[in-house]
Design a protein. Structure first.
Ligand code: 6PG
Length: 243
């Protein structure tokens, strides 16, 4: 019976948030390796994951995960060169992947034309997850953040991409953004075994008061992430929590 397991962790600070998220990732990793011999994870961008990336690259954690069995993807990417400092790939590469023995990572090609880059990444996922048409990849873990407007990955409020139930990856054009974006679609996020949201800081108080209302019909993209057969974990620090 498909079930969503919902957990909310409120931690003392960002460091504790990183430790909590790392422990959830470790548990998902252990289950994936035991059952399938490989662990698939998709990283988001933004600044919130940085303490987690740095923790996972620390000596005690670098030995916890056998990075030769970890396959890294991205939830979204800005349409710019990989060496651009706004690149989500660059962030994860700098803060984590270059510091552990990670060799299996597949970035979205922000330097390419957005539509063809989205199509190419969707094909890569279909190949890697051995999908037949109409199927969606089932990631072991997807790491997400939430913007103050309630966006997650690069799914923004009111964007037609939120209604896309056909594609795995789509290109997004938001007038408020300086670049086009590439993003996994909601069906992919909601097919994950585990989605972990990270949020920290008082700046997220307001958006969380709506985003964490999972009993209401969702209005924000972050509220629409409800894995239909998996875990939904919100890991927030005490500054982000208004309780
Ligand atoms: C991106 C991210 C985005 C991010 C939120 C939160 O490409 O920007 O994928 O969805 O998670 O914007 O960003 P912060 O962590 O910086 O608050």
């Amino acid at each position: 019976m498909p079930t969503m397991h919902l957990s909310l962790y409120v931690t003392a600070d960002e460091e504790a948030m990183a430790h909590e998220a790392a422990a959830i990732i470790r548990d998902q990793y252990s289950e994936a390796i035991a059952k399938r011999g490989v662990f698939t994870i998709a990283f988001s961008g933004g600044s919130t994951p940085i303490p987690l990336y740095r923790l996972l690259s620390s000596p005690q954690w670098a030995k916890t995960l056998d990075w030769s069995k970890v396959i890294v993807y991205w939830t979204d990417e800005r349409c710019l060169a990989p060496e651009n400092e706004a690149s989500n790939y660059r962030l994860a590469r700098t803060e984590l992947l270059s510091r552990v023995e990670a060799t299996r990572f597949y970035r979205m090609k922000g330097e390419d034309a957005p539509q063809s880059a989205a199509e190419a990444y969707a094909k890569l996922l279909a190949d890697h997850f051995c999908l037949i048409p109409g199927e969606f990849p089932r990631f072991d873990c997807i790491l997400l953040g939430v913007g103050t407007d309630g966006h997650t990955a690069s799914l923004f409020p009111g964007d037609p991409a939120l209604m896309d139930t056909e594609h795995l990856v789509t290109d997004v054009y938001n007038p408020k953004l300086t670049t086009a974006r590439l993003t996994l679609t909601l069906p992919v996020l909601n097919n994950a075994r585990c989605c972990i949201f990270l949020a920290s800081g008082r700046i997220k108080n307001d958006v969380l008061s709506t985003a964490l209302n999972l009993m209401a019909a969702p209005i924000l993209p972050a509220q629409m992430v409800r894995p239909h057969n998996g875990k939904l974990c919100w890991v927030i620090d005490s500054n982000a929590y208004q309780g």
